[in-house]
Design a protein around this ligand. Structure first.
Ligand code: ZN
Ligand code: ZN
Length: 385
């Protein structure tokens, strides 16, 4: 089959590789019809993780089941399914508690003592191949496949967002403990930040503030119903206080991660976290879904190399704020978010800017990585005729 393979920093190509096979009786194989390029793929693309060369990337996957292991009960050949980016077993101590992003069975514990969690085509998340390919092996298929209703083809561009960014955006608002009628400050108008804004709107936020430095992204945030702030604007925190009777936003969401940059394009890893502590009200909660990693040897900052930032803990403590962190437990939300799409209450596909065949993925990585104007979200069709 054809697949997008990582060969080193900024080197990816579409190669001929072996087809995946059923390895356990609980597996299925799917034929990908849509797979996305994600902002977190760019950390790997830029060589800012320890992902191994030869890895097939791609963790936002949707396709049709073509082979079914003998122990799979509910998933049938021909089903159209969307897969959470995280791979869970469904029966370990963490999966039992709904923390599917921290599965103990599927994790690769050689990465870090106490490591939990697995994902397709991702650094430090187990030996699983990604889905930017024609076919993909899905472990524990009964647990990991979410079947799609009869409008699966018609709304495929929406449903594929259930693999990661829509649940992750939703997760940001839940980690932030957003209540109906409250305001939320979202840092980052990339795909996840935009999905956080859409999730906040659906949950009845009174004001949605979105901060980013790219005009095309801010325009989408505005379309979703947010009040937008360009980072080139000097006193964003001051303006947010003005709009919230001096208090600050009720809660905050970090949707950028460790590679956040200042106005001059310089990476300042603590910039967003400390801005949130400043602009969220005393007692407010901050949800952090942007990726932070335990080691970042490629960082230009001494602390960041060790995965550390200079965090305003004093202000955070004094304001009695709280914080929720980590990757989204996609299965905690994806079934209900699927139904929001099915019944016309959510349309995450509005952020898609490019639909391309797999062959064009390397060029798409380059454009997306450069933050080229208009490249907000790329989806690929690996088996397009
Ligand atoms: Zn993703
Ligand atoms: Zn598990």
């Amino acid at each position: 089959m054809k697949a997008l393979v990582y060969h080193g920093a900024k080197k990816v190509s579409v190669d001929k590789v072996a087809d995946p096979k059923l390895e356990k009786l609980t597996d299925v194989i799917i034929k990908l019809t849509t797979t996305n390029i994600c902002g977190s793929d760019l950390h790997m693309y830029e060589g800012r993780t320890d992902v191994e060369k030869g890895k097939i990337l791609g963790h936002e996957n949707l396709g049709q089941v073509v082979e079914v292991g003998k122990a799979v009960d509910t998933v049938k050949k021909g089903d159209k399914v969307v897969l959470p980016f995280n791979i869970g077993c469904g029966f370990c101590a963490n999966c039992e508690r709904g923390l599917f992003g921290y599965c103990l069975t599927c994790a690769d514990s050689s990465v870090m003592p106490g490591m939990a969690g697995a994902a397709y085509g991702f650094a430090a998340m187990g030996p699983y191949s990604g889905g930017q390919a024609q076919y993909l092996r899905v472990p524990y298929a009964d647990f990991n496949c979410l079947q799609l209703p009869e409008d699966a083809d018609e709304k495929e561009r929406d449903y594929v967002m259930l693999s990661d960014i829509f649940p992750t955006g939703w997760h940001a608002t839940r980690l932030a403990c957003l209540e109906p009628g409250q305001s939320i400050l979202i840092y980052g108008a990339g795909p996840v930040g935009l999905m956080a804004a859409m999730s906040a709107r659906i949950q009845g936020a009174s004001q949605i503030f979105v901060v980013d430095g790219e005009e095309d992204r801010l325009a989408l945030a505005k379309q979703i119903g947010a009040t937008t702030f360009d980072t080139k604007n000097a006193d964003i925190t001051g303006q947010i206080r003005e709009l919230t009777n001096g208090a600050g936003a009720d809660c905050g969401a970090e949707c950028i991660g460790y590679q956040c940059t200042n106005n001059k394009g310089k990476e300042v890893p603590n910039l967003v976290m400390n801005s949130l502590v400043d602009a969220v009200k005393a007692t407010g909660t901050i949800g952090v879904v942007g990726v932070f990693i335990p080691q970042d040897p490629g960082a230009n900052d001494k602390l960041a190399k060790k995965g550390q930032i200079a965090f305003d803990l004093g202000k955070f403590w004094f304001k009695g704020q709280r914080m929720g962190t980590g990757q989204c437990n996609v299965k905690a939300y994806n079934r209900r978010l699927r139904d929001l799409i099915h019944y016309g209450k959510a349309d995450p596909s509005i952020i898609i800017s490019h639909e391309l065949p797999l062959e064009e993925a390397p060029a798409a990585y380059e454009h997306f990585d450069q933050r080229d104007e208009g490249w907000t979200k790329v989806i690929l069709h690996p088996n397009a005729a």
